[in-house]
Every structure is written in structure tokens, then in C-alpha cells.
Design a protein around this ligand. Structure first.
Ligand SMILES: *Cc1c(COP(=O)(O)O)cnc(C)c1O
Length: 424
């Protein structure tokens, strides 16, 4: 598409946008009495206006029924987690039996590692991306120590080459090949939080399995952002949070995927709790853990209904729109942001470098811009002018135009503000 850096062009794209009406289904934060230019949906997605009604429903039923709400609420709490399953399964490309919602993301990484990181003999290494999100680094490091290994030896990180910002796919496969007799688990982000690089999860899964390893993904920056097909790709497990692209509120419930091939493996080691126990006999409260089939068998605690209600509200929007329509708009929107940043950089001789891959098939909504000379000061000015983006040390601005609520006009206006405040 041939983009132009002017207001009427942006407004025309908004007019043609089939998803434009969805912006009004979200609360847009304000700065100085004006709608902010909100580009941090990759950090905390905006609040769907429908969340309030979904929460109110549960508050009313709690007030009216007390404990009886577990079975008599309009959406019985005993089954509440099931109301989220189908829509989420579509988002991550899974069968419903492969998906459950529970806990927070980092907690779920640990619980899944209990089952899928089982070092034995020579096979104890974990291959992951360098500079993964810190919580993933800490989780992996502490898991490795927990099993008695030295992280410096047991964790193999695949890093960008010198002078490059993103990881070459071939280097991932080379690392797997090099450690093929020692690797127990390949664990990658679907989309790297810092660079926005989208990894080829299908090929990574294949390479990991060929080496005899388990393969899992952290989809925090991928779920609700890029097209996922976990079941067909064959990944063993995955987890994601619901508060980034999935717009379900701060600290929202996490989603978990466990491939169907593990659905009926009651002997797979796991840390158990009563909510994962077979539903029909759960309330006999007997000794001896018998897990539910599928991902549900990994649950521990009873469902946090209020957090799930917010997620349910948001999932209804995703279900209505579908990932295909979202991806189509996301590609145009991100492409427009890329065009605007490059256009301004070249007009003003500014040394902005977009470190996110250029090819749309290797990225989602996010662009990470290395600011070189112009750093924090410019970012702070943008913030004052109503641009909500994200600053990462030492010198990167991350921006995520989100197809559900960002407009082409948002991007044009951002460019205009950038241009006015740039020092060239
Ligand atoms: C956002 C994010 C997290 C956050 O973990 P929580 O347990 O939800 O606080 C973890 N990993 C990745 C890759 C993330 O992007």
C-alpha cells in the first residue's frame, strides 16, 4: 500500500476501516481533556465498556445467592472457567479441551514446567531466546536451580548476532541441533516483548521435537495479536496473560494450553489442586488425585470469577471480530506507523531505527524504535502531548497500534506531534 503523511489520507483509511466502530466499545484514556494517543495495548489493553455489566452480573448474583451462586448464578461459578474456553481456543488455534484459564502467567509457567521440564541424565538443557521478558528469565533460572543444575550450563540462550537486533531463525535451529542430545525443553516467547519479533513457532516446534525435546511458548505478546495455530503446530504447552492485547484488566487471569496428546496422561507429574480433580466426583472429597481430561486437569484453585468476568466481556468482542479481520487491519495500521516514523526520520535527518522486523510475517502490532541520539527527553515531551507509549532502557520506544481501538488518525497525529518536537 502507498501511504501518505497527511490528515486527509489517514481519515480516508479510517472511513474505509470495517473495524472502526469498535473503538467506541472501549474507554480511551484522556490527557489534558483530550483523548490520548494510546499505543500501549501491548502492556495494558484498554477497558471494554462491556466489562462493567459482566462484573455487575456476578456482583448481583453474589449478593442475591451467596454460596448458592456456584450453581444458581446466571453463569454458575462452578463452571465459570468454561465460559472462556471456546473463544480463547479460537484465538490461540486450539481445541477447547486444550485450553483452561487459571492463575497468573508466571505462576502458570512454573506449573507447566513441573510437567514439561523433566531433566534426566544428559538431557537437562533449556533453549530459549536471549533477553526474554525478565519474569521468564527468572522462572527458567529458578526451575533449573530447583532441579539442581547450574543456569550457566543448563540454559542455552539464542541471541541476535553482533550488530543485529533480532534473532535469526537459522541460529535457533543451529542451537537446537548443537544441543540435540542434551536439550530437555525449548521455550520461546511467541513475540519478543522488546523487539516485537514474531518467531516461527511451527518450525521451532518441529525442530525441538526432532531433537527429542518438549516445546512450549510464552504467548504474552502473541495472544490476541498474531495468528496462532497451536494445535496444528503441535506445541506441547503454552501460557499467556489476558491483560495485554486481550484487554481484560490489570493482573487479569492467565490462559494455558496443553496439547491434546497430553490430555489423558494422568501420570504426567503435576502440582495438583482440587479444581483440577475430576468434576463429577470432586465433591466426594476423597484421597488420591484424579485429574480432569485435558488442560482443565492442571487447575488448582476455584475460579476467580470477577477476573474471569472481565475476560469474558473482552473475549466476546474478539469472538465477534475474529483474528483474521484483526490481523488484516493490524498489518495496515502497523505499516502506516512504520511509514510515518521513517518519513519523519528522513525529512529531519533523525537517526530513528525501527528494530522490529520489516516483514509483516515476522511481527505483530508492535514497533520498537531505537532512538539513538534523541532519547528520553523527546519521549517525555511526547507523553506530555498525550502520546502514551512505552520507554525501555537504554533507548527504545515501543509502540503498539492495536486494531480494535487505534485509528489511522491516531498514527497521523502521533507523527505530527513527533515532528513538532524533534530537534534536527
Ligand atoms: C507481560 C509478560 C509477563 C508478565 O507475567 P505476569 O506473571 O503476568 O506478571 C511474563 N512474560 C512475558 C513474556 C510477558 O510479556
Amino acid at each position: 500500500m502507498q501511504y501518505e503523511n497527511n490528515a486527509s489520507f489517514a481519515l480516508e483509511l479510517d472511513k474505509q476501516d470495517k473495524l472502526a466502530q469498535y473503538r467506541d466499545k472501549f474507554f480511551i484514556p484522556e490527557v489534558k481533556g483530550r483523548q490520548a494517543l494510546y499505543f500501549t495495548g501491548n502492556s495494558l489493553g484498554l477497558q471494554p465498556k462491556s466489562v462493567k455489566d459482566h462484573l455487575n452480573r456476578e456482583l448481583l448474583d453474589w449478593a442475591f445467592y451467596g454460596v448458592e451462586g456456584h450453581f444458581h448464578a446466571k453463569n454458575p461459578w462452578f463452571h465459570y472457567h468454561k465460559f472462556l474456553t471456546e473463544a480463547s481456543a479460537k484465538i490461540v488455534g486450539a481445541k477447547p479441551i486444550e485450553v483452561v484459564h487459571m492463575n497468573g502467567l508466571t505462576a502458570n509457567i512454573h506449573f507447566l514446567f513441573v510437567s514439561f521440564y523433566q531433566p534426566k541424565g544428559n538431557r537437562y538443557k533449556i533453549i530459549m531466546e536471549a533477553k526474554a521478558f525478565p519474569s521468564d528469565q527468572y522462572a527458567v533460572e529458578s526451575q533449573v536451580r530447583f532441579h539442581g543444575y547450574d543456569p550457566a550450563d543448563a540454559i542455552v540462550e539464542v541471541a541476535p548476532r553482533d550488530g543485529e537486533h533480532t534473532i535469526r531463525e537459522e541460529d535457533i535451529y543451529a542451537a537446537i541441533e548443537k544441543h540435540k542430545d542434551e536439550v530437555a525443553l525449548v521455550f520461546f516467547g511467541g513475540v519478543n516483548y522488546y523487539t516485537g519479533q514474531l518467531f516461527d513457532m511451527e518450525s521451532i516446534t518441529k525442530a525441538g521435537h526432532n531433537a527429542g525435546a518438549m516445546v512450549g511458548f510464552d504467548l504474552a505478546h502473541a495472544a490476541g495479536n498474531v495468528k496462532l495455530d497451536l494445535h496444528n503446530w503441535g506445541a506441547d504447552f503454552a501460557a499467556w496473560c489476558s491483560y495485554k492485547y486481550l484487554n481484560s484488566g490489570p493482573g487479569g487471569i492467565s490462559g494455558v494450553f496443553v496439547h491434546e496428546r497430553h490430555a489423558n496422561s494422568p501420570d504426567l507429574p503435576r502440582f495438583a489442586g482440587w479444581w483440577g480433580y475430576k468434576e463429577d466426583t470432586r465433591f466426594l472429597m476423597e484421597k488420591g488425585y484424579v485429574p480432569m481430561e485435558g488442560a482443565a486437569g492442571w487447575q488448582l484453585s476455584n475460579a476467580p470469577v470477577l477476573s474471569m468476568a472481565a475476560h469474558k466481556a473482552s473475549l466476546e468482542i474478539f469472538d465477534e471480530v475474529g483474528m483474521d479481520a484483526l490481523n488484516e487491519k493490524a498489518e495496515k495500521l502497523t505499516g502506516y506507523l512504520e511509514f510515518i516514523v521513517n518519513d519523519i526520520a528522513s525529512k529531519h535527518n533523525a537517526n530513528f531505527e525501527i528494530i522490529t522486523p520489516k516483514d509483516p510475517k515476522n511481527r505483530g502490532c508492535q514497533l520498537s524504535i531505537l532512538m539513538h541520539g534523541q532519547g528520553k527527553e523527546l519521549f517525555d515531551t511526547l507523553t506530555e502531548e498525550g502520546v502514551i507509549a512505552d520507554w525501555r532502557e537504554p533507548n527504545v520506544i515501543r509502540m503498539a497500534p492495536v486494531p480494535l481501538y487505534n485509528s489511522f488518525e491516531d498514527i497521523y497525529r502521533f507523527g505530527h506531534i513527533l515532528e513538532e518536537n524533534i530537534t534536527s
